[in-house]
Every structure is written in structure tokens, then in C-alpha cells.
Ligand binder design. Sequence first.
Ligand SMILES: *[C@@H]1O[C@H](CO)[C@@H](O)[C@H](O)[C@H]1NC(C)=O
Ligand SMILES: *[C@@H]1O[C@H](CO)[C@@H](O)[C@H](O)[C@H]1NC(C)=O
Length: 618
Amino acid sequence: MHSSSNIGPDYISLNINDFDINSRITSKSLWRQWNQLSRFQRNIFYILFGTVLILTFYFLSGSTNSNIDYEKLNLVKGTSNAAKLEELVLVDTGVHAEQVGNAETGDHDDNVDHLDHVEKEKAVDAQVIEEPEFQPEINQLDDDQIGEPPQPKPNVVKFSGPQNDRQKAVVKAFKHSWDGYVKYAWGHDNIKPISRGYHEWFGLGLTIVDSLDTMYMMGLNEDFTKARAWVSENLKFDLNRDVNLFEVTIRVLGGLLAIYHLSGDKLFLHKATDLGDRMMPAFSTSSGVPYSDVNLGTKSAHSPKWGPDSSTSEVTSIQLEFRDLSRSTGQPRFEAAAAKVSEHIHNLEKYDGLVPIFINANTGLFRKHATITLGARGDSYYEYLLKQWLQTGKTIDYLKEDYLLGISGTQKHLCKRTAKNKYLFIAELVGVSKDMKPKMDHLTCYLPGTLALGTHHGLTEEHMALAKELTATCYQTYATQPTFLAPEITYFNVQGLNEDDNQLDMYVKSTDAHNLLRPEFIESLYYMWYFTGNKTYQDWGWQIFQAFENFTKVENGYTSIGNVRNPQNTRPRDMTESFWYAETLKYLYLLFDDTRQLIDLDRWIFNSEGHPLPIYEI
Ligand SMILES: *[C@@H]1O[C@H](CO)[C@@H](O)[C@H](O)[C@H]1NC(C)=O
Ligand SMILES: *[C@@H]1O[C@H](CO)[C@@H](O)[C@H](O)[C@H]1NC(C)=O
């Protein structure tokens, strides 16, 4: 509740002394006392009695599932709630009618043949729907803590480890990086692989949680088991420490939910629910737009230290996770709080579908004249519009509409070309007059993948054409550097000032020349490969992977570097971000999956940290 809404003094008090509790209890005296009560007191009694009666009936009838209240559930045809849930089982897991029994009892063994319906002519042995080969010790916590999910748990997925040399090379890189972390930074957020130390950000073992599903997919079962044990015994959220709502949502909540869905292990759902509970205070603002920071221990939230505003992309990139938490636990409040933010922002005025990068949590309004960009602080607003629409079975129209508006605004105002080679890039608009700044963050290179995903799901082919051009430009931001690694930010030459053949399309400022092992372009290459089957995208990813090997690998892992412009002076930064494990290496592994079958993009969506969450039918 917002702090300004004080409870007034006009509450109703019941004076216990009105009842003479010492009097002899006979039916006669009870009756006399009853008659002495005022009408008001008697009414209170009736209300209390009625409430107790209703509550008793409610609990006895076993309908503790708040999920039944999900308005959407009622849209599903069916004569009883049980029938509705059964239908949802079918819808979500794709199993046939005769397998309902199995789906309900959680026996996935017989569900294998649903893959026969996957049209792509690819080997099916990569992804089989059955109990995992690796069986983690089943968590014994009381399941009553968590209501029955309104939609069933999606299929547990089995993975068979690397299938070719490139995948093996990626797993080897992961192992190298992971082993360093285990040795020198175990339980801490990040490893500093050169000094053999660690870096603490939130104190949540970020690298472990972010790595769980990657290890599971790569078939690193021993490492996964140890990581699971750490989560079970040591991942605690009652820390008196401010954390960033967005970062913890995409990394920790997303990581836990993804591995819960992939493995079926409820431990991860229990942890996710505890975390979700502790983050809810962030939404207690007058506008419903969350504060950026929340203290998981004291459960209090506030604006960032640097100012009153939250980042637009941050408050709009938590919905996949909070919705999935609701769908997985049967507790609607997580989804309700997060969806309200999207609805609020839907109703704000935008610039041809484009949004400024700051929003005030108290007023709920954008900061006027803040930069417009598809890079830092803007990026995943657009990504999550599309992905939320997909997550909810394409049933929430405004999400698709806002996404389409955002992309057409991008085409209208931000798509620019270099003078020389006509490379397409996404510029930024700054200041009151919205001046075009010919600059693109590496973060923006997520966009081609998202565009391709939209086209696959029925949006205009025009987006795919844009995706291909942007992929080529992002590739150039790598290929033009002598290290074959992209800088954090690239500037583009848009004015053909001279006829000089040596004029460059791109340039990099020395303050922007670092590479943090970021995943966005690899992510896009994966989507492009997945949807086109064009091996060029795999080859580009392989070149970049080798560049990581050549210039970021150190004795105990891989490190961010300060300078991509000089192979002789890369200025290693002694830091490994957890997204290297969660995303960069995972997307490389998926990119080199020749079957394009490991993760079915008609059934899963990746959150902004590379954690796959199931697509629901509604
Ligand atoms: C594959 O993609 C590359 C890069 O966009 C392109 O040059 C090539 O023509 C594509 N190949 C096919 C067969 O479409
Ligand atoms: C990386 O090193 C290998 C082996 O020395 C070399 O063949 C390759 O060209 C290098 N790649 C890059 C991008 O530097």
C-alpha cells in the first residue's frame, strides 16, 4: 500500500466488556443478554457468524485454488472446473485426448509421440518428452504451499548433450568458465577470473542460478546436481539488501522458473515463489509502475539512488516471469501486478509507438524528452510486448498492436543507413527536438531475433527483411574490428561528406570500445538460423565464438575486455557477467544445434536473460 494512504480513525470498535463474560452461562441468561444487545451489536454478530460460516464452507470444500478465479480460465469451454483443467492439460502439452490420464498423473512417458506432429523434418531424438534421464532428488516440501496451477506444468524436457564438434567446443568453453567459478567464486554473484576473486552484486549466487538451465541443456549433469544442492541449501532471499527488481526478475526468477519447467523439480518453483513474494512490494506505488529497487529482506521498495525514475525497459520486462509464476503456482497476484504495468503503459501517449527511456513510478508518466532508443533502457520494452503476446497464446491484442506500432515507429524514425555501404542501423533520438544520433548499442542487436520471431508467428514479412539487414549490420560491428569482437557502442557515418573511398561506415569511441561478453547478437543469430536454416548464421556465430576464444579466454575462465580495437592491447577487465553463462554460451550451443529441435519455439519463449518459459494457450 502506498505510504500516503493512512488509515483514518473512523474504524469500528467492538467493546468486549459489553458482554458480561462472568455471568452464569444458562440458556436463559444468554437469551437475556442477547436481548440486551443493541441492534448494531447484533448485526455485527450476524456478520461475524456469517463470515465464519462461509470461510468454513470454503475450506471444507477444498476450493483453495485461487486460480479458479482466473477470468481467462472461464473462457475455456467445459462443464466443470476439472474439465477445464483437463482441457488445459491437453492444450498446453500437446498430448492427445486419450492421454489425459497420463498427463494428469504427471507420467510423461507416453507423450513421446506428440512430436510426430511437429512438421519440421528434423531428427526427433534431440528432444524427447519424458522423464529426465537425470533424476534430481525430488523435493519433499509441502505442495500445499503452492496451489494447483491453473494450467498444468509443461513437459519435462530431456537433453542428450552436445551432438557435433561446434557444440562440444561450446560445452568445453562453458566447463572452463564454470570450473573457474566453482574454484574461486562459488556461491558469489560473479567470478573475477584473473585475480581469482569474486564480485558481489546482489548476494544471490547469480552465476549459479543463471547457469542452471544451460547446464541442464548441455547435459552437464554432475555440475547441475551440485548447483541444485547449492540452491536447495544456500539460496536465501531474506537479505537486508537492495536489489534491482528487473535484474533479479530476469536472472533469478526467470532462471528458477525455466529450470523448474525443464526439469519438473519443484524445489525451483518453491524458491521462485519465495522470491516473487519478496519482490511484490516494488509494485506498491501510486501508479502501479514499480520502483526499480526492492529490499528482499525488509520487503520495502524505492526509486534508484540516482533519481526519481525507473527505466522504461526495466518496468516492462518483468511480465513474462511474474505471469509464469502465477500460472505455475495458481496465485494470480503476481501476474495481476505485472500486467497492470503493461496496461498502464499501453494507455500512455507515445511517439509513434516509441517510448522515452525513463518513467516516474509515482506519477506513472514518462520523463518528457528522455532519449528514445532500442538500446539501453528501451530495448526489452519492445521485446516483451511481442513475447507477452506469444506467452498468452496471442489472446491479448493490445500487446501485438503496441509491438507493431513500436516497430513501425522504429522504421519511420530510427532506421537509418550509412553513406558508403548503406548499412541499415537503428539510431536514437535525443533531447527536446528529438535529434537523430547515429549510434547503436550492441544491446540493440537483439532486435533481428525478435523481428524474426514475430514473422514466424504471423506478423508481416517486412519485419523479416528488416531482421536480415540488421543481422548483417550487427555482424559488421564484429567483423570490422581486428579482434572480431563488437564494441559496446558503435557510431555510424550517415553523411557522404566526401568521395573518399576510405570513408568508414562505422567508428568506435575509446570509451565505448569494451566488450562484456554480451549475448544479443548471438541470440539473434540463433533465431535467424532457427527460422531460415541458412548456415551462414551458424558460421558467423562460429567466427565470433573463436574470437571469444582468442581474446577473452584466460586461465580460469573468460573475461570482459576493455578494448576490441587492438588485439595487442585488449585490456582485460577481470570480470565475467552471469549472462555469459545464461545467454551467450547457451545461444551459441543452440545456434550449433543442426537439428533446430532442442527448444521448440512454438512452445517456449526465452525471457530477456535467455531462460525459456512455456507458451500458454491463453
Ligand atoms: C544466407 O544468408 C546470407 C547472409 O544474409 C546471405 O548472403 C545468403 O544469400 C543466404 N543464403 C541463402 C541460401 O539464402
Ligand atoms: C583465432 O585464432 C585462430 C587460431 O590461432 C585463428 O585461426 C583465427 O583466425 C582467430 N580468429 C579470430 C577471430 O581472431
